[in-house]
Design a protein around this ligand. Structure first.
Ligand code: XBP
Ligand code: MG
Length: 252
């Protein structure tokens, strides 16, 4: 089986968007609506158990705010809050202050040059993906990805495999011809559920997650002058992830 495509998660994998991107955007939306909901960095780590912003807000109310008197139109409130949150998030991304993680831009460039197909599979809202890519990866970089599978296009979000299955079907690819890149337990459950060999790069929110089933767990993708650390799995690459090392990983 040859390696034909790379499928990337976004939040936590391409960039560290959660703590200083999504979280303050949620808080700004809560303030805008006069709510006393404040998500600090530690609480947000617990809320990440649930993927999807609307789902996360509902989980917060159910689990952490039994005192909150839900209005009759609670679902509408959540929808409005989420629209406001997306507005805050995309304008924050437009400032371009959230960089790609180490090695991401280099590896994407290498894959593109070699004709490897690229896709995104994420639970986040499509506008958020575009904002991050255009302002942090580079203008026009959205077009590098043949398919951007995002948000509510599948009703069941990660850890359900649906978003990966959707992307694979669109690309008419078998999972055996691809590699997935993830950063979280919900993410790898989704990618493995779709039959994808998966490379993990951890971050501060996910370093203690269960990554059993990962082909390899790394600190990050690494750069020639800033090598990555292998945390588990057999990694025979150099100090940084190259297309050649991915092909070797894929064929094992
Ligand atoms: C990402 C998420 C997203 C974002 C918020 O998970 O959980 O919910 O935090 O996005 P993954 P929205 O990286 O596993 O795809 O608010 O746009 O839903
Ligand atoms: Mg992620």
């Amino acid at each position: 089986m040859t390696l034909q495509a790379l499928l990337f998660d976004v939040d936590g994998t391409l960039a560290d968007t959660e703590r200083d991107g999504h979280r303050p955007a949620f808080n700004a939306a809560f303030r805008e609506y006069g709510l006393d909901w404040v998500w600090d960095a530690a609480l947000y780590g617990k809320l990440l158990a649930i993927t999807g912003g609307k789902e996360r807000m509902k989980y917060y109310v159910e689990t952490f705010r039994p005192d909150f008197r839900k209005p009759a139109d609670f679902d509408d409130l959540v929808t409005s809050l989420h629209k406001a949150k997306t507005r805050h998030y995309t304008s924050m991304m437009a400032e371009g202050n959230v960089p790609m993680r180490p090695g991401v831009k280099r590896l994407l460039g290498e894959a593109r040059a070699a004709g490897i197909r690229l896709a995104v599979a994420t639970t986040t809202t499509p506008d958020n993906v575009t904002a991050l890519l255009e302002h942090s990866l580079g203008a026009g970089s959205t077009d590098w990805f043949e398919v951007i599978a995002a948000g509510d296009i599948v009703p069941a979000k990660k850890p359900a495999p649906d978003i990966y299955v959707w992307a694979l079907e669109r690309m008419k690819l078998a999972p055996e011809n691809c590699l997935a890149f993830e950063d979280s337990e919900n993410g790898i459950r989704a990618s493995r559920g779709a039959g994808l060999k998966t490379l993990i790069t951890i971050n501060d929110y996910t370093r203690d997650h269960d990554f059993s089933g990962a082909a390899v767990v790394l600190s990050d993708l690494g750069e020639p002058d800033a090598p990555a650390t292998a945390l588990s799995g057999a990694w025979k690459g150099q100090g940084y992830v190259t297309l050649e090392s991915l092909k070797a990983l894929h064929s094992r």
